[in-house]
Each structure stands twice: as structure tokens, then as C-alpha cells.
Design a binder for this molecule. Structure first.
Ligand SMILES: NC(=O)c1ccc[n+]([C@@H]2O[C@H](COP(=O)([O-])OP(=O)(O)OC[C@H]3O[C@@H](n4cnc5c(N)ncnc54)[C@H](OP(=O)(O)O)[C@@H]3O)[C@@H](O)[C@H]2O)c1
Length: 321
């Protein structure tokens, strides 16, 4: 099979299409012929920065070649001996081995059955592949951690992006009042997802507009942004940062404690089988829809990485087969 191998960390020129053996199966795994994969910012970080290889890919000594990618949708072509959930021919989707060596940039991918759900029949392979790592992040942040409920005021940063566009829809589905931030160019898109209000981050300081959010989802990469989000959340509310590591940010922790804000950094690696099943149910019912703004034909993973690295993805970027 063809796979896009990362020969060394660095630029997209380090991707190389190689012919490698189709992977073998463990008893609890299925082999999937890929139809679509989605690309995330974390893919680009791991590609370009050796510091991410160990914590994210968790390679065993001597393990290779490195094949990035975690988000897939495709058709089951083989099942392991103990697999009960799927059979040959089933259309499935999921986030594979994150954190770990997902190996999704390939024509065939192996995955434990517990990390997959059946693709709803009314959802395309593209829209299912999109609704994996980022949809799970939005679900975990808002439902599992923040326990969003009717009439909550929810502030969602980067509302036009991969995580944000699902987060807006999940919060609306729960009956919340949703405020989304993005550039002016994405205002109509964010409102079309169901947001009740929009804040153009370049024109207004969001904390000047909102000081009483029940929940804030912060996908921006600086402690200063999280600090400002603490000003936007009300005492007793919940702040879920998904990028900034909180371990050494004692000032942020102190501020959250003083304000009695529950602040917890989310890692999507906590997602369970139940969570991907919930995403499948939300997709099937139309409660959430994927917005795919750009698709690249396999093996043009490099083009997809460059698109994601602009930092201005609307919805999701995919590679299709
Ligand atoms: N901890 C975890 O498990 C986890 C899971 C998923 C994602 N993440 C991280 O969360 C971040 C977001 O992920 P993603 O997949 O949603 O990324 P993404 O799709 O690349 O996000 C792009 C979006 O960010 C918006 N944006 C850029 N600057 C902004 C600003 N100052 N204020 C508000 N919005 C802004 C852009 O809107 P405009 O074009 O309108 O500017 C664009 O729509 C990434 O850093 C990702 O690595 C972490």
C-alpha cells in the first residue's frame, strides 16, 4: 500500500510517498481502507518539532517508519479474531491511537474496534472523517467537563475552526446561549452554525463584552489569552483551555481559585468508545454537521498541512482517497 512517511521532522518536504506492506491485525483490531482523513494543527506540530515526537507519537525504540495522522473514515476490509462490533464492509470512523502512532496517512489503517463507530448512513465519509479529534475535543470540553446545559452562557474562542465549529453546535444543541469569537471574515459562518452572538477578536477585547460566561472554551496558545478568559468567566463558572499547559502557570491557577472558577485543561486522548458513539449519534441526528472547507487528494498531505498551518482554517481540512 501507499503511505506518506515522515522521513525526519521539519518542513512538508520531509513527507515521502512510500510503498510499504499493508499492516497486520491484532485480535481486537480491524483493517480499514481509508476514504478520508482529517488533518489537525497537532499533525503539523509533530511533523515540524522533534519535541512532540516522544510525547505524542510514543514511539517504541526502533519503531518506524513514522506515519502521522489520527482521524479517519473508511471501510472495514478485515476483522481480528475477537472483534464483535464490526464486520467486513462496514463504514466506520474514529480517532486512532491518539496519543500514539496513528499511522492514518496511508491507504489502509489498523484500529482497535473500541476507537471506532459506524459511520451514519446519512453522513459522507468526508464529514465523518472531519468529526473525529476536533469533534471529540468539543464534546469532552463542553459536555464531559463543563456539563453544559440549557441557558448557560458559553463563550467559544476560535469558533470558526475545527474544534470551535463543533463546539458552537454542541453548545446550541444543549440549549446554551453561545458567543463565538473569530475574525470578521468568519462572522457569518459562526452565526450560521447557530451562535447567538459574535465577537470579532481584532475589533473588540472579548473580556470587555463578556464577564459572566458560565463556560469558556479557550483554544488559543498563550497564557495571556487564558488569563483574559478568566476575566470573561463568572465566579463559579468553568474554563476549559485546550492548548495552554496549566502545570507551571501558578498565577492562572491562583486567579482561578480566587474566583472559584473550575479550570481544567482538556486532553482529547481521554476520549472513550462512548464518546465516539455520541459523536456518531449527534452526526446522524443532524445536531452537528461537519464543515469541510478544503480537500486535498491523497497523497497530497503536504498541501493539507500548509492549509492548516495558516491558522485560519474554516471548519476542517481533509485528504481524500
Ligand atoms: N488539548 C487537546 O486535546 C486539543 C484537541 C484539539 C485541538 N487542540 C488545539 O486547539 C487549537 C485549536 O484547534 P483547531 O483544530 O480548532 O484549530 P484550527 O481549526 O486550525 O483553528 C483555526 C481557527 O482559529 C481561529 N483564530 C485564529 N486566531 C484567533 C483569535 N485570536 N481568536 C479567535 N479565533 C482565532 C481562526 O479564525 P479566523 O480565521 O477567523 O481568524 C480559525 O477559524 C489548536 O492549537 C489545537 O492544536 C487541542
Amino acid at each position: 500500500m501507499k503511505a506518506v512517511v515522515l522521513t525526519q521532522t521539519g518542513g512538508v518536504e520531509n513527507f515521502e510517498v512510500q510503498e510499504i506492506p499493508t499492516p497486520g491485525l491484532k485480535d481486537n483490531e480491524v483493517l480499514i481502507q481509508s476514504k478520508a482523513i482529517s488533518i489537525n494543527p497537532v499533525d503539523t506540530w509533530v511533523r515540524s518539532n522533534p519535541a512532540y515526537i516522544t510525547p505524542i507519537l510514543k514511539l517504541k525504540p526502533g519503531e518506524g517508519p513514522i506515519i502521522l495522522g489520527w482521524d479517519i473514515a473508511g471501510i472495514v476490509t478485515e476483522v481480528g479474531k475477537s472483534v464483535t462490533k464490526f464486520k467486513k464492509g462496514d463504514a466506520v470512523f474514529g480517532m486512532i491511537n491518539f496519543t500514539g502512532h496513528g499511522k492514518a496517512y496511508a491507504e489502509y489503517v489498523v484500529a482497535p474496534e473500541s476507537q471506532l463507530a459506524l459511520k451514519p448512513e446519512n453522513v459522507s465519509f468526508e464529514d465523518a472523517a472531519a468529526a473525529t479529534l476536533t469533534a471529540l475535543t468539543a464534546l469532552l470540553a463542553l459536555v464531559n467537563y463543563a456539563q453544559v446545559k440549557k441557558d448557560d452562557k458559553v463563550l467559544i474562542h476560535s469558533a470558526a475552526g475545527g474544534v470551535g465549529h463543533y463546539a458552537v453546535q454542541i453548545a446550541k444543541h444543549a440549549g446554551a446561549h453561545v458567543i463565538g469569537t473569530s475574525s470578521a471574515a468568519n462572522k457569518d459562518f459562526v452565526l450560521s452554525l447557530g451562535a447567538d452572538e459574535h465577537i470579532d477578536y481584532a475589533a473588540q477585547r472579548f473580556e470587555d463584552v463578556v464577564q459572566d460566561a458560565d463556560i469558556v472554551l479557550d483554544g488559543m496558545p498563550t497564557p495571556d489569552h487564558v488569563n483574559r478568559s478568566l476575566d470573561a468567566v463568572k465566579p463559579g463558572g468553568t474554563l476549559v483551555p485546550i492548548v495552554v499547559l496549566l502545570d507551571h502557570n501558578l498565577k492562572l491557577a491562583q486567579k482561578a481559585r480566587t474566583k472559584k472558577v473550575f479550570m481544567h485543561r482538556l486532553g482529547v486522548e481521554a476520549a472513550t468508545e462512548q464518546d465516539i458513539e455520541t459523536v456518531a449519534t449527534l452526526l446522524a441526528s443532524g445536531a452537528i454537521r461537519s464543515h469541510v472547507s478544503r480537500t486535498f487528494a491523497f497523497p497530497d498531505v503536504a498541501g493539507a498541512h500548509k492549509a492548516v498551518e495558516t491558522g485560519h482554517t474554516r471548519g476542517k481540512v481533509l485528504v481524500t482517497f
